[in-house]
Every structure is written in C-alpha cells, then in structure tokens.
Write a protein that binds this ligand. Sequence first.
Ligand SMILES: Nc1nc2c(ncn2[C@@H]2O[C@H](COP(=O)(O)OP(=O)(O)O)[C@@H](O)[C@H]2O)c(=O)[nH]1
Ligand SMILES: [Mg+2]
Length: 262
Amino acid sequence: MPEQNILTLEPFNGDYGVEPASSAQTLVIIPTFNEADNIGRLLGELLARYSSFIDILVIDDNSPDGTADIVRSMQGKTNALYLMTRQCKMGLGTAYITGFNYALQKGYHYILEMDADYSHDPADVQRFLDAMSGAHLLVGSRYMNNTVNVVNWPLGRLILSRMASIYTRMITRMPVDDPTSGFKCFSADVLRSLDLGRINSQGYSFQIEMNFRAWKKGFTIREIPIVFVDRSVGKSKMTKRNIGEAIWIVWWLTTKSLFGFL
Ligand SMILES: Nc1nc2c(ncn2[C@@H]2O[C@H](COP(=O)(O)OP(=O)(O)O)[C@@H](O)[C@H]2O)c(=O)[nH]1
Ligand SMILES: [Mg+2]
C-alpha cells in the first residue's frame, strides 16, 4: 500500500506539509459516514475515468460499517486516493473545511465537493472539469431555469428543497438557483480568500454559507445543470436540525453582511 496516501487526523494539528500530493490539479473531496455500500463502486468508477488527472480525498468519520476499510483496500491499486479518518461523526461542514485546508496546503487548483451515495453522477465530474477553467465557483444545479432535475425523492422532500432554494434567493438576493447543492467545484482562489476558520455551519447551511461568502467577496457563481438521483442504498444523514439551521442561517448571513460583520 503506498504509505503517502494514508492520512490520519488523530490528533490533527493542521499541518500536512506543503509538498504537492501529486501532479493532479483537482482534488475531489468525498465526506462519508456509513457509506460502505456505495463507496467502493463510486471510487472504482471515479478512478477508472479520471485517475490520471484528479486526486480523491475521502473524509470518513469512523463509520461503524467499515467504510474506511474499503477505501484503504483500494489505496493499494492507485496513488490518486487519499483517506482521512476522524474519531467520530463531526458533520459535513467540518469535514469539508478540513479537506479544503488540506487542498490549499497541497496546492490543488480546483476542489470539487461530491457525495458518496451516487446522488451525484461520476460522469458529471468531466463536465465540471471542462467548465472550470477561469471559473470561480461552479454549482451543479437541480433547479436551473425553473426546471426540477431530481429523481426518486419523496414529494415532501422535493418541495422542501425547492422552497428552501427560492426562499434563500429571495432573502439573500444571491443569484443561485440551487444554493443547497453539494455537487460543486471551487477554484483555490475562492477558498484562499475566505476565512475558513469562521465557518461553523453544517449540512445544507454549509452549502449556502460557502456560496454566500464567495459571492460577497465578489466571486462569480455559475451553475451547470445536473440530475440528482436519490440514494438507492444506505440512509440520509441529514436531520430536521440541518433543515432548521438552513432557515435561520439565511437571515444570519444577510444581517451580518448588511452590518459589515460577515
Ligand atoms: N465525514 C462525514 N460525512 C458526512 C456526514 N454527514 C453526512 N456525510 C456524507 O455527506 C454526503 C451527503 O450526505 P447525505 O446523507 O447523502 O445527504 P442528503 O443527500 O442530503 O440526504 C454523504 O456522502 C454522507 O456520507 C458527517 O457528519 N461526516
Ligand atoms: Mg445523499
């Protein structure tokens, strides 16, 4: 197993060393909690398609179902796959912030967020890469131009997500049709310009907050259409609390920005 692509965050001192991890310019970050039924197939497909020009970082929160072991077992076959493990479930937001810090230290140019549960189509990664040159933040959007590209969600969840996006746009005026989407690609410049240590939100609020802060810094957010397919295996980790947070964070961010405290 190549030693260099095993990362452990216990304890974490924020220092991964500055040498580039590899010559790849793009890091795909995949946070996982109990995704043993999905992660092997997803990584296999990503590596088969893109391993010569992307690296993948899985951030696993000590999943009891052995997700990390599956990742470890695949590391022997490639140098493009990295794993970070954390001691317990700490939330999607902190997982991504940790991954962003790693990506910046290692000098990646593009940082792509992706779920492990096949809701995000691995074939779409190529579309992000093609569109990313010169872009700041590219969001994979389910709701572009008043369409709805979601497959297999219960109607209640679809209505909630669509309402949340309309509400977010109305309050913040941020020009994004799908502000809670978790399939998105940042240029390193955007992440470098943000004070990542100040971002504490999780789940859907985290996606909204990242977009809002980037937009307020003057970066352009573009969207590309994606089709989001609900997971067929495993369970969603999003809670009612995540939804509640997303409702108030919109006001919190807008108010802070209005008074110059963002
Ligand atoms: N590391 C880590 N990953 C998480 C956590 N919560 C969710 N995830 C991962 O984040 C992605 C999106 O979560 P998911 O439950 O599918 O959200 P949903 O699609 O909105 O229902 C999946 O890959 C999850 O395994 C967490 O607390 N820590
Ligand atoms: Mg999901």
